[in-house]
Design a binder for this molecule. Structure first.
Ligand code: MG
Length: 374
């Protein structure tokens, strides 16, 4: 017997692009989750960066551990709101599959490279491209043939031009409708998870200090709660308690804000969700606190000179790889060369580069540009 969720949750799928018999012992969304976990793109996330380059330290988050943490946060909140936990988990695990090496700077520079050829690179679209086309593991179709609902969750935003090309999947952007609550939740769970684990990693890397963090209200409040209970607590353990408290309080706030919105907009069934404003949200007062933290991280962590230096290096590597592979298609591995006729040279190069892990990109760069032993 499959679990039933709330009436406003997704309880069944509209289906898959290539029709398949329903799974015997799993739900459709559990099948999606399992397909994602077994994909090559998912395994590559282990060696792709969030903020810190992968080989800088073994304890920093990578996109793989980030995706697992997003799924954990997503599942907890889905349980509390009686949403489809399996769908949330599938979307969370897949949400970063299309990311380039070296985090956001990789995406930005690859997009700039593509614009010279009148094209764009955007990691959401790339995640969709991976699960609908680039994964080659099934006899009968390209991609993973995921359900409509999982695909809708993966595509959290897209341009109107792309939306027009995407058919049913793009419709909600053209009609300005909200996606399912499960998709909304995966999006917020992503943000919640990265704010606090970037903070955690920033403290570990000594790019941030606990004293400096006290300027942020949500942190000040939680430090007060902790030191009241454990006045002696210092150093690493205080830092860990703080991150734990922050994640906890944010999860509670997100549940409370969303429950309030469910009532306020009288959300009873799935159709109500599409017409209403975003439901999975913090209360306005708490949203301001989360925003203050984001601004703090932007200024003090993401723009820290030591992160900027890594970013500079990463951008140069991607730019150099892109122009090398555009200058002569014979530099591309055979399986990519053969796709140029169908997909175009620039798109194939973007597929190849965005699929690289951090270390693979460095290795390719060295292979093409480093002169050793001279
Ligand atoms: Mg993410």
């Amino acid at each position: 017997m499959l679990q039933r969720f709330a009436e406003y949750a997704i309880n069944s799928s509209r289906g898959r692009f290539y029709p398949e018999a329903p799974p015997k012992f799993r739900s459709d969304f559990q099948r999606d989750r399992d397909r994602i976990i077994h994909s090559s793109a998912f395994r590559r996330l282990e060696y792709k960066t969030q903020v810190f380059i992968n080989h800088e330290g073994d304890l920093f988050r990578t996109r793989l551990t980030h995706s697992l943490e997003v799924a954990q946060v997503g599942r907890s909140i889905a349980n509390a709101l009686n949403l489809n936990v399996d769908l949330v988990e599938a979307i969370c695990l897949a949400h970063d599959l299309g990311h380039t090496p070296f985090g956001h700077s990789g995406q930005d520079v690859l997009n700039q490279c593509m614009m010279q050829y009148g094209e764009h690179f955007e990691h959401n679209m790339q995640s969709l491209r991976i699960v609908t086309k680039l994964e080659e593991r099934y006899a009968e179709f390209d991609g993973l043939n995921l359900t409509f609902e999982t695909l809708e969750g993966i595509l959290k935003h897209c341009s109107l031009d792309n939306a027009k090309r995407l058919g049913e999947l793009g419709e909600r952007f053209l009609n300005k409708r909200q996606p399912s609550l499960e998709a909304q939740l995966a999006n917020l769970a992503d943000e919640l998870a990265y704010n606090f684990h970037d903070l955690d990693d920033g403290l570990r890397a000594n790019l941030l200090s606990l004293e400096q963090l006290e300027e942020v209200q949500i942190i000040r409040e939680q430090l007060l709660v902790i030191t009241k209970k454990y006045p002696q607590l210092k150093g690493r353990r205080l830092h860990k308690e703080l991150v734990r408290h922050l994640i906890n309080v944010s999860i509670y706030e997100l549940i409370a804000g969303s429950e309030y919105n469910l009532q306020r907009y009288d959300i009873k069934v799935v159709d109500d969700v599409y017409q209403a404003p975003p439901i999975i949200r913090y209360h306005d007062e708490h949203f301001i606190l989360q925003n203050e933290l984001k601004k703090f991280l932007l200024k003090n962590l993401y723009k820290h000179y030591s992160v900027m230096q890594l970013r500079y290096k990463a951008e140069n590597v991607i730019r150099a790889l892109f122009s090398a592979f555009m200058s002569d298609e014979r530099l591309l591995p055979d399986q990519f060369q053969t796709r140029i006729a169908d997909d175009g040279h620039a798109r194939v190069v973007a597929d190849y580069i965005s699929g690289m892990t951090d270390r693979y990109a460095f290795r390719q760069y060295n292979r093409l540009f480093a002169v050793e032993g001279v």
